[in-house]
Design a protein around this ligand. Structure first.
Ligand code: HEM
Length: 523
């Protein structure tokens, strides 16, 4: 089990994906399918095809997202593949890999469709180019399939299990496989069995002779690969996985092996557990005129924040007590209960609290670390406290502004981001400040196709002395980012006196003030 040590942007995003009900999970919420197939089926096929590049002999290939460079191959045909890459990339941030989210998609999708809970471990690294063309195809011989799975690290009996666990979902598209699905088939997708759920029906219908799987009983004998594979050991393996429990347990183990088929240089860690208390945003070293109280929201939780000063001031401590609810105020603390996902419920967690704090702490002291109590329970980042690594470079969400597309819609047109740099740091002869703006990979794939990288543009920040004159020993720098909906996050870098400071800010935390465009002269 992986312990969450704040701040850990990688684990945090993965935990959100797995346990928070969000866009990623919404895709597979009810395992509903159009055309006899489901989103889960597409995600599982995608993950298998990506992992099929593995060569156990030299440890190369595996689940490494190389599939996004391989989708023009005949063996990866199907619009479901590109759609899946796009859907899955939705939840990424600059610290996570697409391959980890592809593996997570299998865990979430299979479980949501009534299948087993497959442990999710992480740490996969994305390939930067295509892997070998080694995905098995239905017209190949049994011998070729046995060799192919062996190269990927699976025995003949593993192969039977893995194919059955995959082909309990979805089916074969007529348009993409005209040689497999006969022309008189009515459905656009010839489903492998009669249910869209992840269940043992693929096995029982095969064993009792009622299967409709076109890779078993299709007119074209050459492409009956499931028939050759399932029957390759006189049905011994198929019989051993025919009960619901045996099917579920076997698929849990074999699909875990599939998503953990990774290049040998990758070390997976985990599984990850729901993080019960998550600090999402803090603005505690406030340079603005924020109220000095911290407040609880309408959830009736009593929040109390404690803090300790930085460096030489580490003896200065204080605490801020909630007095009145100030939900929209720039200062305060609040709890928001996030919707826990199906996965979280299954792990025994029904509500996920996220905490937001802002309090005024004298800057000459400077915040070193903080911790808090919620309804009397101490939340202190496993005893270490929430440590603020540096005070040279701070994001100022109070001075930052969001501009909407007129007239007052909720589409953000641009955001003016303001950062504070300690005046001494900003005065150094070699001082520079720039910002890498990370776009959305999902949007880029949508417009340009799967082979693209996360769009990153570097923006220089300029002094903001007119709008925000230096205050409290800090000088302010600003830059405007257009089309904020396309921006996932920024990473700001300050270099000064031979030192380097960086700060990561997600788009959801960009600004506390909202401005309709027509009220302002800003773009
Ligand atoms: C010899 C090995 C295999 C062959 C020849 C094969 C072949 C195929 C073919 C031709 C399709 C139709 C794809 C489409 O129309 O979009 C398909 C679908 C599918 N395959 Fe396989 N497959 C094999 C192994 C596997 C394995 C090991 C898995 C995963 C564990 C898997 C998972 C799936 C899934 C989930 C679908 C349904 C996709 C959807 O409905 O969108 N397959 N397979």
């Amino acid at each position: 089990q992986q312990v969450f040590q704040w701040p850990d942007h990688q684990l945090s995003a993965l935990e959100d994906g797995l346990y928070m009900q969000g866009p990623f999970l919404d895709e597979v919420r009810n395992c509903e399918g159009r055309d006899n197939t489901t989103t889960t089926a597409q995600w599982v096929r995608l993950a298998y095809h990506d992992s099929a590049t593995h060569d156990i002999a030299d440890g190369s290939g595996g689940l490494d997202a190389s599939i996004r460079f391989e989708l023009d191959r005949q063996q990866n045909i199907g619009s479901g593949m590109t759609d899946s890459v796009q859907e899955i990339s939705n939840s990424m941030n600059p610290f996570t890999s697409l391959a980890d989210f592809m593996a997570m998609a299998v865990t979430i999708g299979v479980h949501t469709c009534g299948g087993p809970s497959i442990p999710f471990r992480y740490g996969r690294i994305d390939a930067t180019s295509a892997g070998p063309a080694t995905v098995p195809e239905p017209q190949q011989s049994l011998d070729e399939h046995i060799q192919s799975f062996k190269r990927q690290g699976f025995s003949q009996s593993d192969m039977i299990k893995l194919v059955a666990c995959g082909h309990t979902l979805g089916g074969v598209r007529k348009v993409d496989f005209p040689l497999v699905v006969s022309a008189d088939t009515q459905a656009r997708v010839a489903s492998f069995d009669t249910t869209t759920q992840f269940d043992n029906v693929i096995v029982t219908q095969y064993l009792d002779g009622t299967t409709r799987d076109v890779l078993v009983v299709g007119e074209n004998v050459t492409t009956r690969s499931d028939a050759r594979i399932f029957g390759s050991d006189q049905n011994v393996t198929m019989q051993s996985i025919s009960s619901p429990e045996d099917f579920s347990n076997t698929c849990r183990d074999i699909l875990q092996r599939m998503i953990e088929t990774v290049p040998k240089t990758v070390n997976l860690v985990g599984p990850i557990e729901p993080i019960a208390n998550k600090v999402r945003a803090y603005t505690l070293n406030t340079i603005s005129d924020s109220p000095t109280n911290t407040s609880s929201s309408a959830t009736n939780q009593t929040l109390k924040l404690f803090w300790e000063g930085q460096g030489t001031a580490s003896n200065s401590t204080g605490s801020v007590d909630p007095s009145e609810p100030a939900f929209d105020s720039p200062g305060g603390g609040r709890t928001i209960n996030m919707f826990a996902s199906f996965e979280a419920n299954a792990a025994g967690v029904n509500s996920m609290a996220a905490y937001f704090f802002s309090a005024q702490i004298p800057l000459d002291v400077g915040l070193g670390k903080f911790w808090f109590t919620a309804d009397g329970e101490t939340v202190d980042n496993n005893g270490k406290g929430f440590v603020i690594e540096q005070l040279e470079l701070l994001h100022d969400p109070d001075r930052s502004l969001l501009f909407f597309v007129p007239p007052q819609t909720f589409d953000v047109a641009s955001v003016r981001l303001v950062f504070a740099v300690r005046s001494e740091t900003a005065a150094a002869a070699d001082f520079s400040i720039s910002m890498d703006v990370h776009g959305s990979l999902s949007n880029a794939i949508f417009s340009e196709g799967p082979g693209v990288d996360v769009p990153v543009t570097t923006v220089q920040l300029t002094p903001d002395d007119t709008t925000n004159p230096p205050a409290d020993g800090y000088r302010f720098f600003a830059a405007t980012v257009q089309d904020e909906s396309d921006v996932q996050s920024v990473i700001v870098t300050v270099e000064s006196g031979g030192q380097k400071f960086t700060l990561y800010v997600e788009s959801t935390e960009f600004a506390t003030h909202l401005f309709p465009t027509e009220l302002s002269s800003e773009p």
